[in-house]
Design a binder for this molecule. Sequence first.
Ligand SMILES: C[S@@+](CC[C@H](N)C(=O)[O-])C[C@H]1O[C@@H](n2cnc3c(N)ncnc32)[C@H](O)[C@@H]1O
Length: 161
Amino acid sequence: MNTSPTERAQAALWNGRAGRAWVDGQAMLDRMFRPFESMLADAAAARPAQAVLDVGCGTGATTHAIARRLGPPAHCVGVDISAPMIAAARLRAGQGERTDFLCGDAQTQAFAPGRFDLLVSRFGVMFFDDPVAAFANLRRAARPGAELRLIAWRSADQNLS
Ligand SMILES: C[S@@+](CC[C@H](N)C(=O)[O-])C[C@H]1O[C@@H](n2cnc3c(N)ncnc32)[C@H](O)[C@@H]1O
């Protein structure tokens, strides 16, 4: 498949230095971002969701938190472009938890059409080279009536108040 220079740079970054830094800092980052994880787990429980996709799941804290909160038979899938982060996410699976982790680009990953009733992301959707293509791909993976719950940084001036 043809990929753009930006896509290749993002893949290299998250499979290299940035991916290693997130795996090394996993415990600290998870503590820091736990309030955001809770917001997404609350949203999943409120539906309640049965099939959840966590976009740019990283080392999987949010995916696992939602799977624990919903319990079986709910199924949570994390997708991330970073092989080391997906490997770390797989190692954290709890007993009886229904999670799967895919190493792939959310912009192009061939999800089963209409598979998910909730799509979430904790800081994983700001890196797309082609956001329109990415969200069109995620839309295909969503069931009719599915929800999209995203937490994303904005520009530095909009994040400071
Ligand atoms: C800021 S980190 C957040 C990770 C995780 N959601 C968390 O909260 O710990 C951004 C994540 O997005 C992933 N990512 C970047 N571009 C991606 C893409 N096109 N498809 C899937 N994942 C991507 C990175 O590999 C990284 O794990």
